[in-house]
Ligand binder design. Structure first.
Ligand code: FMN
Length: 274
């Protein structure tokens, strides 16, 4: 499911136009949440206390968490937000306040580092501005920081179009340039498939190297097995029992099942590698 978080308000919204263009290029069922239609509760102490209680009781099916649940399970997220007051409309911040729920969209490790619980690998942030976007930081930068460090979404992309309200601006030409940027976007699935190919190749390379090392060790392992079967091993074992060998000696070979377990694992692994 593609989650479309729509923070646009105007009927003729240019941000929405660009976002729709982007959505047209993406494959999958789209679920839209129009922030204008959401009645966001104010985050008061009472609200926080109630949310803590629900969280502690693991009642994540409460309607309070509907927005967060959708966000967590979405395969891809598109946020459309016009550039307001150097960032985005306040309702988008209200939206984040609702979806940032411990145990639902993110977790904290024991050392206090947040780790993501969201399925999406990619998040698009679409924005348009009247003048120049003075700095990406308060708008896109904030969303990217949340996506990277809270939700665990690492591929965060901005599609932005600036200067639409500057007197004399050719709005259609600027929007068309924005649409061309969208058409040239590398599809997220391509990056994901490439990453799977690379990881699988690295894993197989490591496995093949280890498999070849294990095969070349078989002569030594056979010697270990012969030793384990021999009178020599029994004598060493008894001598060790009597405390004749140094205390700090590494003595895996004299342990109860050390060699036996290794030989069994070796046999099973060779079977798998056949
Ligand atoms: C409340 C409000 C705040 C805005 N703040 C800025 C701003 O800080 N800088 C800027 O360049 N444009 C600003 N604009 C202009 C919008 O960013 C611009 O018109 C944008 O394209 C609107 O998007 P829309 O067509 O999707 O509604 C603001 C517009 C509104 C209504």
């Amino acid at each position: 499911m593609i989650l479309f978080v729509n923070a646009c308000v105007r009927k003729e919204s240019r941000t929405l136009r660009l976002a729709r263009r982007l959505l047209d290029t993406l494959e999958g069922e789209i679920k839209e949440v129009r922030l204008e239609e959401v009645r966001f509760p104010v985050v008061t102490e009472e609200f926080i206390t109630r949310r803590e209680a629900l969280k502690n009781a693991k009642k994540y099916d409460d309607p309070m968490f509907d927005l967060g649940r959708d966000f967590a399970v979405a395969d891809l997220i598109v946020i459309a937000a016009p550039y307001y007051d150097l960032s985005f409309p306040a309702m988008l911040k209200q939206y984040f306040e609702q979806i940032n729920v411990l145990g639902l969209t993110f977790n904290y490790s024991e050392t206090g580092v947040p780790s993501g619980l969201c399925r999406a690998k990619t998040l698009y942030y679409v924005t348009t501005s009247g003048g120049p976007i003075v700095s990406d930081e308060p708008g896109f930068g904030y969303v990217k920081a949340l996506a990277n460090s809270f939700y665990g979404i690492m591929d965060v992309r901005q599609i932005k179009v600036e200067g639409l309200d500057i007197i004399g601006a050719d709005v259609e030409a600027i929007l068309e340039a924005g649409a061309e940027i969208i058409d040239k976007e590398v599809p997220p699935h391509l990056l994901e498939m490439e990453s799977i190919l690379q990881r699988a190749t690295d894993t197989l390379n490591t496995l093949e190297k280890s498999a070849s090392e294990l095969k070349s060790m078989q002569e030594d392992i056979r010697r270990l097995a012969d030793y384990y079967d021999s009178e020599k091993w029994r004598r060493d074992f008894e001598a060790d029992e009597q405390g004749l060998y140094p205390k700090n000696l590494r003595r895996g070979v004299l342990s109860e099942d050390g060699i036996y377990n290794l030989l069994e694992r070796n046999k099973e692994t060779l079977e798998v590698l056949k």
